[in-house]
Design a protein around this ligand. Structure first.
Ligand code: HEM
Length: 410
């Protein structure tokens, strides 16, 4: 095997992903067929999968590649995830089929469509205020508010609870260590930080679920508590863990897709001008934002039986880390893959993955992005970055803390 033209940095260290993910490293890894093995002194090693075709094949074969051990590197490199087998993302068939049947009811395309009206008025108000201010932190002003409202409405929570829940969910994903904390490079310290934040989110959710009077009758929490499919019901613990999954999945990814999209348009003003001239292509532009910025950085799968991937023999228990931004920039699938081109017609990106765990919130996420970028298109002529965005230290999501921008009114 030929030597790599780049040194592969520690892909477990969140600092490797700042200020931008290591696209040039993944590009070099994609040129080899075999997944790249990273050994770890204090934990098991893992194989990095970087090619689109291999990542797609792994995602579509949950019998060979299990989700149950853990889906993030930080959890999978330690003990089995405590929510394994009970939270939808951490299950394999047949458990997964059962949970998906019960959870998916509130997340259909028509449910997303029904929520559009309630969200539209809020999104327009927030965007309008940001444009009036001219200079603003887009994450605080709009980016975090929209998914907080969408998730709150979806779950049927009282409005004062929306923002606190979204902040707790963000910490549960990224922990509270910053890139300046020496400890951030230490796996055990990161695990302590995210475990504590997950505990706080779980306790908070448990209290919300307990006070049933505050829960909307048509919200997903109530539907999950009452769901009965031919006598099959979720236990209280399953409802709690799957609400945690929804709070995290609903908030952090969409917030970061919005922020990263605004940052991409600020860096490529000609793309914003093109879209302003062709607003009928808003949906294409949103798919390109999702592809080019890829909010989820990785997912982990565990090998269940001897198998060969990219010519490399793998054994049961081996950990595979699927780098989604790398799949989304694979030149075999996307011509001119590094370019942000909002007129891209074919765009089979893997930001929502593929296979059985395909994102249940994809329709709702697309609705939110359409509302935000539609409101901006109608009001904003130019977007300019004011200094560098503040990013969270994470190798799991490309997360923004703040995004200072100047918005010029149209
Ligand atoms: C831009 C926004 C979003 C992105 C990029 C995204 C990405 C993802 C990805 C990558 C997965 C697959 C995990 C896996 O294969 O292991 C997933 C699953 C999931 N997402 Fe999303 N998501 C987004 C928004 C949402 C929203 C708004 C919700 C709901 C409120 C949501 C709920 C879920 C759920 C419940 C699953 C688990 C599905 C399953 O395991 O069968 N997501 N999402």
């Amino acid at each position: 095997m030929s030597a790599l033209p780049v040194t592969v940095p520690d892909l477990t260290d969140p600092r490797t992903f700042l200020p931008e993910p290591p696209h040039e490293v993944w590009a070099a890894l994609r040129r080899r067929d075999a997944p790249h093995f990273q050994d770890r002194p204090d934990a098991p090693g893992f194989h990095s999968v970087t090619r689109y075709a291999q990542i797609d094949a792994v995602l579509r074969d949950s019998a060979t590649y299990s989700s149950e051990w853990g889906m993030t590197l930080d959890t999978a490199l330690g003990e089995r995830d405590a929510a394994a087998g009970r939270m939808i993302e951490l299950t394999d068939p047949p458990h997964h089929r059962r949970l998906r049947r019960l959870v998916s009811g509130g997340l259909t395309r028509s449910a997303a469509h029904a929520m559009e009206g309630a969200l539209r008025e809020r999104v327009e108000r927030w965007v309008e205020r940001a444009v009036r201010q001219g200079e603003t932190d887009f994450v605080g002003a709009v980016g975090a508010r929209v998914p907080a409202a969408a998730t709150g409405l979806l779950l049927g929570l009282p409005e004062p609870e929306w923002r606190p829940l979204s902040e707790l969910a963000g910490r549960a994903v990224c922990g509270s260590l910053t890139e300046h904390d020496e400890e951030v490079g230490d796996l055990a310290a990161r695990r302590r930080s995210t475990t504590a934040a997950n505990g706080r989110l779980l306790t908070h959710l448990a209290l919300l679920l307990e006070d049933e009077t505050g829960l909307a009758g048509d919200g997903l929490v109530r539907r999950l508590l009452e769901a009965d499919l031919d006598g099959d019901r979720l236990t209280g613990e399953e409802v709690l863990l799957n609400c945690l999954n929804l709070a995290i999945g609903g908030n952090e990814t969409t917030k970061n897709a919005t922020a990263a999209g605004v940052a991409a348009f600020a860096r490529h003003p000609e793309q914003w001008q093109w879209l302003r001239a062709h607003p009928e292509h808003l949906d294409r532009a949103i798919e390109e934002v999702l592809r080019h910025t890829t909010p989820p950085l990785h997912l982990v799968r565990t090998v269940t039986r001897p198998v060969v991937l990219g010519g490399k023999p793998l054994a049961p228990g081996d950990l595979l880390c699927l780098w989604l931004p790398s799949a989304n920039r694979d030149e075999d699938v996307f011509p001119d893959a590094d370019a942000f081109r909002v007129d891209r017609a074919a765009n089979p990106h893997l930001s929502f993955t593929s296979g059985r765990h395909f994102c249940l919130g994809a329709a709702l996420a697309r609705t939110q992005l359409r509302l935000v970028f539609g409101a901006l298109l109608a009001r904003v002529d130019g977007i300019r970055l004011l200094g560098s965005p503040a990013r969270r230290a994470s190798n799991f999501v490309a997360a923004y803390d703040t995004l200072p921008v100047a918005l010029t009114a149209a």
